[in-house]
Design a protein around this ligand. Structure first.
Ligand SMILES: CC(C)(COP(=O)(O)OP(=O)(O)OC[C@H]1O[C@@H](n2cnc3c(N)ncnc32)[C@H](O)[C@@H]1OP(=O)(O)O)[C@@H](O)C(=O)NCCC(=O)NCCS
Length: 168
């Protein structure tokens, strides 16, 4: 049976999924592996102390193997996140394994995250590098670029802030 015949399952991320989430944080941050991601405090901050009371996320699995993950974390301004909106707009981190990209896994994960954010009555924000094709996915699902949010990123390019507002 080819892997495409096996259904993708999306489930809520739990406290003991930290190891899995680290795999996807390395992917989301374009680091070579977990060890490299752990050496960058700005990156590691996205999972420090997981699962905080306000953290929520989802994991996509195929054949019981994790192929993607998304989560939202409410930073405080003193943690100096790259893009801070307010105390009701947690930041999204998302990654899908290279082999599973372009099949709708990222879109499915984001849909689950948006539904949970709406249920909690919070918005969502994220930070995206100017040349990342993921920007199209974010726009398709309802995120909007924030004018004036462009900042130099840690790899010498520019990143933008994007926001999704929960429907009223
Ligand atoms: C972004 C990402 C999570 C999307 O997951 P996915 O399962 O491929 O997404 P879907 O199949 O639901 O949607 C496809 C969309 O993803 C984006 N995408 C496709 N390939 C991509 C890639 N290599 N890198 C980033 N985004 C990509 C495009 O917007 C694409 O839409 P398009 O077909 O209109 O061009 C995944 O590509 C990934 O992990 N990329 C590397 C890490 C990353 O960029 N994370 C986000 C940091 S802000």
């Amino acid at each position: 049976m080819s892997r495409h015949e096996t259904a993708i399952r999306i489930r809520a991320a739990a406290q003991d999924d930290l190891g899995i989430l680290w795999d996807f944080l390395a992917i989301a941050a374009y680091e070579a592996d977990i060890a490299a991601a752990q050496t960058v405090p700005f990156v590691a901050a996205h999972l420090a102390g997981w699962q905080r009371s306000e953290d929520f996320g989802f994991i996509a699995e195929r054949d019981a193997e994790a192929i993607g993950a998304v989560w939202a974390r409410q930073f405080s301004p003193d943690e100096q996140p790259a893009f801070y909106v307010d105390g009701q707009t947690p930041e999204v981190t998302i990654g899908v394994t290279g082999a599973a990209r372009g099949e709708g896994v990222g879109g499915g994960l984001l849909s689950a995250l948006l539904a949970e954010a709406a249920r909690r009555g919070v918005g969502l924000c994220l930070n995206v590098r100017h040349d990342n094709p993921a920007r199209r996915l974010y726009e398709r699902i309802g995120f909007r670029l924030v004018p004036g949010s462009a900042v130099p990123n840690r790899v010498g390019g520019t990143s933008f802030g994007m926001i999704w507002a929960a429907p009223r």
